[in-house]
Every structure is written in C-alpha cells, then in structure tokens.
Design a protein around this ligand. Structure first.
Ligand SMILES: Cc1cc(N2CCCCCC2)n2ncc(-c3ccc(F)cc3)c2n1
Length: 255
C-alpha cells in the first residue's frame, strides 16, 4: 500500500498519522505502571490472578503497537519489591508469567527485532523465572528495534541506595573524590544506565502515584493518567497518551 502520509514508515504509522499522531515527535521512551489488574478481576467476580493473566495479553498488544509506531524504549513495571508481600499463590502465579509470556511471544518479539532487557534485583527471582528471562535477553541482545525493558523485582529506592553504596565504596577505596560525584555519575550506577530517560509515564487505574518506580529517571517526564484498568487498556488509549504528550510538548516547545 503506497504510504500517503509524510514521515510514516509503516502502515501502522500511516493509520495513526491520519488520526493526528505525528511520528516525528513520538516519545522515545515510554514507561508504564500497569495497574488495576486485581480490581478488574474483582469487578467480574474472578480471582486476582485472572486480572494478571488478562493483563499479560495487553502487554503483548501494546508491545507490538509501540514497536510498529517506532517507540525506542518501553519500560513496563511488572513486579515491584513490595509485591513479595502479596499472598503466596499470587506471587507464585506472577513469577510464572514471564515464562508463559516468553514461551508464547518470544518468537514474535525476535521477528519484530525487539530487544528484551530487565531492571531490578534479578538474582533473587525463582530459577524458572530467571532462566526464561535470561534466555530471552540472550536471544535478543543483538536486536536493534524496540527495547522492551521489564522492571522485575524493581524498587527505585533500593536502586538508588545501591548506587550510593557503589559510589561510597569508590570514595572509601580512594579512587573517587566526593567533589567528583555528579548527576551523570549517579545515573551511571543505576539499573537504567544504558537507557535514555523516559519522556512519558503512563499509569492506569486512576492512581496518580509513582509507587517507587523510576523516581530519579522520571524527573523530566510527562505523566499521563487514565481511569482505565490495565486489562482494558488498548492501542487507542496508548495512542491518546502519545497524542496528548505531543500536544503538551507543542504548547511549551517554544519556551
Ligand atoms: C511478574 C510479571 C507480571 C506480569 N503481569 C501482566 C501484566 C500486568 C501487570 C502485572 C502482571 N507480566 N506481564 C509480562 C511479564 C514479563 C516479565 C518479564 C519478561 F521477560 C517477559 C514478560 C510479566 N511479569
């Protein structure tokens, strides 16, 4: 199909450009707090894990859509350090989701040139979770399309304290003077050291909190909130978030 719209490189871009999305000013890095899965299930008289399972299908759709649009990095808050406090059966179910997701979608992610990464305290995850994620990281490490970054057992305060400890050790060893400590140095000690910072944070389910997610990295990001529960979130909601992002940037772009 001849692409009618300037700048659009793919059919998906042409479709969304017709709706007003400007593909030359997309957010490079979108971070998402995928909230509302438990309430979605409760409202349907279903167990919480049904919401998580439905939410996993939405992950696949939004990853595919973000990749087609040309978003460079997508960071998804999949499991926080606080989530270990949930009931044992729910935690066990959640720790199987990365395995289920990758068993089902890794071939398509590879086909779409997606690079899988994680941030968080990875070593304490269950072996089956670690093995599946490590295989996906290894099999996609040379891909240069969308970077799909899962925050797994992630907590921003834990991440920042770890960074401070690393820097303090260098000062203690005499290889670093305190006067040399900079924002760039601190950023280089974070899990996200190899990634550009998020331009846009999306949070579903009506909550308007950061919940210990990317506290340092989101310093200059636009925040976009929706009442929609994550299992009901779809490409139109994602497109609206990107559209609103662009319009905010247009209003203040000149200052
Ligand atoms: C723990 C957890 C929970 C999880 N949910 C589904 C989405 C809604 C929010 C929480 C539940 N999803 N969805 C995908 C993954 C995943 C993680 C790593 C990976 F390499 C591949 C897939 C995932 N992991």
């Amino acid at each position: 199909m001849p692409i009618k719209f300037p700048f659009a490189k793919t059919k998906k871009q042409a479709e969304t450009q017709s709706l007003g999305l400007d593909h030359t000013h997309l957010p490079k890095h979108v971070a998402i707090i995928m909230d509302g899965n438990g309430r979605w299930a409760k409202n349907r008289g279903m167990p919480r894990i049904a919401g998580h399972k439905e939410g996993m299908g939405v992950v696949k759709r939004i990853v595919s859509y973000a990749s087609d649009l040309g978003v460079q990095v997508l960071t998804l808050y999949a499991f926080s350090t606080e989530n270990w406090k949930r009931p044992k059966n729910e935690v066990e179910f959640l720790m199987k989701l990365p395995v289920d997701f990758l068993n089902t979608y890794l071939p398509e992610l590879i086909e779409k040139n997606v690079q899988v990464r994680t941030i968080g305290d990875f070593d304490v995850l269950p072996p089956h979770t670690k093995n599946a994620v490590q295989e996906a990281i290894q099999r996609t490490k040379d891909n240069d399309g969308l970077v799909l970054n899962f925050a797994l057992n992630y907590g921003s305060r834990f991440e920042m304290v770890h960074a401070v400890r690393q820097i303090a050790e260098k000062v203690k060893e005499g290889v670093l003077d305190p006067s040399d400590i900079s924002e760039e140095m601190f950023s280089s000690e974070l899990y996200t050291s190899e990634l550009i910072e998020p331009d846009l944070l999306i949070r579903t389910s009506g909550e308007q909190r950061l919940s210990n997610f990317l506290l340092w990295q989101l310093a200059y990001a636009e925040f976009w909130f929706t009442e929609v529960y994550w299992p009901d979130f779809n490409e139109s909601h994602f497109e609206k978030a990107l559209y609103d992002f662009q319009n905010r940037k247009r209003r203040f772009g000149g200052v």
